[in-house]
Design a protein around this ligand. Sequence first.
Ligand code: FES
Length: 623
Amino acid sequence: MKIRLESGQIIAAETKESIYHAFKDNGIYLVSSCGGKGVCGKCRVRVLEGKSRIESTGKLRKDDIDSGIVLACQAFPEEDLLVEIPEESRLLIGDKIAVSKSRDFLDILIADGQGLLPIVRHVDLELPPPSLMDNMSDLERLKRALDGKGIQLRHFSYDFIASLAKALRSADWKVSLAYTENFEAVSLSPAEGRNKFGIAVDIGTTTIVLYLVNHSDGSLVDVGKTYNSQMRFGDDVITRIIHATEGGGLNELRMAVINDINDLLQPLVEKYEIKKEDVDSAVISGNTTMLHLFWGLDPSSIREEPYIPTLNTFPEWNAGKARIRINPQAPVYTAPCVGSYVGGDIVTGVLASRMHMNPEVALFMDIGTNGEIVIGNNEWLITAACSAGPCFEGSGIRFGMRATEGAIESVKIDPSSFVAELGVIGNTSPVGICGSGMIDAISELFFSGIIDQKGKFISGLETDRINIRDEGPEFVFHRGEFREIVLTEVDIENILRAKAAIYAGVTLLLKEVGLTLDIVDRVYIAGGFGNYLDINKSIMIGMLPDLPIEKFSFIGNTSIAGAYLCLLSEKMRKDAEEIANRMTYIELSVSRGFMDEYMSALFLPHTNLDLFPSVKALYIKGR
Ligand code: FES
């Protein structure tokens, strides 16, 4: 049996296999927030010809079904099919993505009085060749030369020793030795004065960023970025943990991320004509689940109460075992985690923000696929993950999508005509709405009097912009030739839940230390999404606290910035470990006060308007 695509591509299919799986087997990936479970409604395709058995229509509407739309994961071909993949259903992995602006983090090392002290150090050695008169072994000869430089190595691995005889002779006894901060020999190469490099990698749930760094001066040679191919198995960490427990799933997830890292690296080393053996160290940052998957560790206990990871502090590994295609002896340092839902990305984020060094109290928020919060200063640090869920990345929202071309990123609604003016990424026709667009939309719907404080549509409004469906009302942002882009009441509910979880996380953490918001001097917004966030509108919907705008700053992808600092400085690696140890982790899901805070924050902007004085003023003025 065959499935023919509109593009002309033909793929083999079987009746027992869904269209979604047949596509996946052939390298065609659909947006699949739920990983093929029939729940998210994202894997929509249109069957133009042929019959298929439908197990479930999930969230599809009657007009969708009438036009031939099926959920690919719930449709099983019964004969040859002709299928169309709508633009919004295509998963573009490897697509161009924006990397958040990073401050010049090298300045931090210099300002801290830090010299470069990378994980791997290098020393040039010239050994006298052996003779009948000087017949000590190769290893003793190497140690003697190192003694002469005041360096005493403690460990020589089997692989190092196995390659020693050849390496010394082929370099004519003039070698560059790489060794770790723990005084373990890494590798020998000819002393040709070649530059040595390292990589810092941030494994995000959605995106992977790789920095290629020159060890000699700490300069950033280039940046590679891609979507995390694990998205083929689901959008969020929970779906991926479930996939990891299904036969072969763990290895699939591990190899997806390893291949992404290798695929990012390959064009960079080719472009700069760098030999792979000259890339001899790596730092990996990411959330706890991503780091477990990178290590090939079963992450299942992360999602089950009492939410315990296998490791928070990872031992040193080498690139050969990790299967990263650089010098196989290169040490791989993994950023330390705090707990199951506050990982190495937050530890390196705090490190890059420097909030752990300053007496002023800062609030650090990473709003990405999930929401992690840290509050504290140079004396204390307290943290929590607030299970906001990946709705700002598009999951659980009917037309939700990531911030790529075609996403509505800003919205302005005329309060008299209710016509929406849209800003669309790439200035094209909209195909969906991304996180910043959702925040704008909720704020505009509320202040235009279309929805009330609970996010419910106000009845009796005279406009054709509101559709009334069986599932409830929805606001039409865009009317296209074939379909409308809408935000439904259920979508609004989901967004309010996410924003409430974030705000409740902040207020609860402050309560834990007996403080209130006015103690916060600075708010750092980290994460790729942060760059596109409208602070004012985020305050208006009650997601961010109502603090003066000048207290907020966007600090971009701090996970990669912190990984870069760790790659270059022993002091930074020690600081990261100290931050992880110092942070008090609060498990919000079992906190008694969290539910109360959360319920109050489900309103626009909050049940207690006095907590949002600037919004209250606007609200009263508009009424
Ligand atoms: S409904 Fe098919 S992947 Fe989620």
